[in-house]
Design a protein around this ligand. Structure first.
Ligand code: ADP
Ligand code: MG
Length: 268
C-alpha cells in the first residue's frame, strides 16, 4: 500500500516524470514484478531497498529497456516508453529502434563497472557521445575531460581501467553514463563490488550529482545510511511490489509493515 499522502483536487499536480502503470514481469513461472505502480517526480531521488530477489534490479532494467515487460506500461513525461503506436493507432511493444531512442535519456551504472579494458578513462567516457550524439571527437573529448574532472579524476584521463582502483573505475562508469546527457540516472548497487574504504568516494560523487544537477535518480542500495541521506523517498520492495514507501524518516524511523521492520532489523 502506498503511504504517499493524497493530493487534493484543487492542487495542480505536476505530471510525474516516470510512471510505472501496473507493470508485470515474469521469468517463466516466476512473477518478478507483480502489477507494480510507481510515480517519480522530475528531480526526485528515490532509493529502492528490500530483500535480494525482490525485483529491484528488474525494475531498473525494465526502465532502461534491457528487459521487456509482460503487462502494463512505463511512461516518461506522459509518453509510453515501453510501447509505441502501431499504424492503426494501437499501442504495441516498442521495437528496437524506438527503444534505442527511449534509452538515450537514461543513464545506468551497474555493480560491475563494465568499462572497456582496452580504452583509457577518457576514451571510455568519450566513445559513446562521439558515435551516438552528434559530437565531434574533439567535443566528445572535451566533454569527457570535464566529466572526469567532475568525478575527481582529472589526473587519470589516460589511465586504463586496470590502472585504476575499483572506486575510480566506478567513477569513470558514472562519468560515462553522464556523457550521454541523461535526464534520468539509475544506480544498481554501485558500491557492492567495492572495498568499504572505496565506497565513500563513489557515494560522495553521486550525492554531489544529485545536489548540483537536474537529474531524476533511482538507486538500488544496501547501504541504508546512504539511502537515508540521499533519497527524498524510500521504496521498500517485497516480492515484486512496493510494500511500503515514504520519506527516509517515515520508513527508517517508523516502518509500518512487519516485513519492512524485520528487513531493517537485519540490515541496520
Ligand atoms: P533484486 O535486484 O531485488 O535482488 P532481481 O530483480 O535481480 O532482484 O531478481 C528478481 C527475481 O528474478 C529473482 O528471483 C531472480 O532470480 C529472477 N531473475 C532475474 N533475472 C532473471 C533472468 N534473466 N532469468 C530468470 N530469472 C531471473
Ligand atoms: Mg539486484
Amino acid at each position: 500500500m502506498t503511504t504517499t499522502p493524497m493530493t487534493t483536487t484543487t492542487e495542480e499536480k505536476a505530471e510525474p516524470m516516470i510512471r510505472f502503470r501496473d507493470v508485470s514481469k515474469r521469468y517463466g513461472a516466476l512473477t518478478v514484478l507483480d502489477g507494480l505502480n510507481l510515480d517519480i517526480a522530475r528531480n526526485e531521488k528515490v532509493a529502492l531497498i528490500g530483500p535480494s530477489g525482490s525485483g529491484k534490479s528488474t525494475l531498473l532494467r525494465t526502465l532502461m529497456l534491457l528487459d521487456d515487460i509482460d503487462g502494463g506500461v512505463i511512461e516518461i513525461d506522459g509518453r509510453p516508453l515501453t510501447h509505441m503506436a502501431s499504424r492503426d493507432g494501437k499501442l504495441v511493444p516498442a521495437d528496437e529502434r524506438y527503444k534505442r531512442e527511449g534509452r538515450r535519456g537514461i543513464g545506468m551504472v551497474f555493480q560491475s563497472f563494465n568499462l572497456f579494458p582496452h580504452m583509457t578513462a577518457l576514451e571510455n567516457v568519450a566513445e559513446a557521445p562521439s558515435s551516438v550524439l552528434d559530437l565531434s571527437r574533439k567535443e566528445a573529448r572535451e566533454r569527457g575531460t570535464e566529466l572526469l574532472e567532475m568525478v575527481g579524476l582529472g589526473d587519470k584521463l589516460e589511465h586504463y581501467p586496470s590502472q585504476l582502483s575499483g572506486g575510480q573505475q566506478q567513477r569513470v562508469a558514472i562519468a560515462r553514463a553522464l556523457a550521454m546527457r541523461p535526464q534520468i540516472m539509475l544506480f544498481d548497487e554501485v558500491t557492492s563490488a567495492l572495498d568499504p574504504e572505496l565506497c565513500g568516494e563513489v557515494l560522495s560523487v553521486i550525492r554531489r550529482l544529485g545536489d548540483e544537477h537536474d537529474l531524476t535518480m533511482l538507486m538500488v542500495t544496501h547501504q541504508m545510511g546512504f539511502a537515508k541521506e540521499f533519497a527524498d523517498r524510500i521504496c521498500f520492495f517485497s516480492e515484486g511490489r512496493i510494500l511500503e514507501q515514504g520519506s527516509p524518516e517515515q520508513v527508517f524511523g517508523a516502518p509500518q509493515q512487519e516485513r519492512t521492520q524485520s528487513f531493517l532489523r537485519a540490515v541496520m
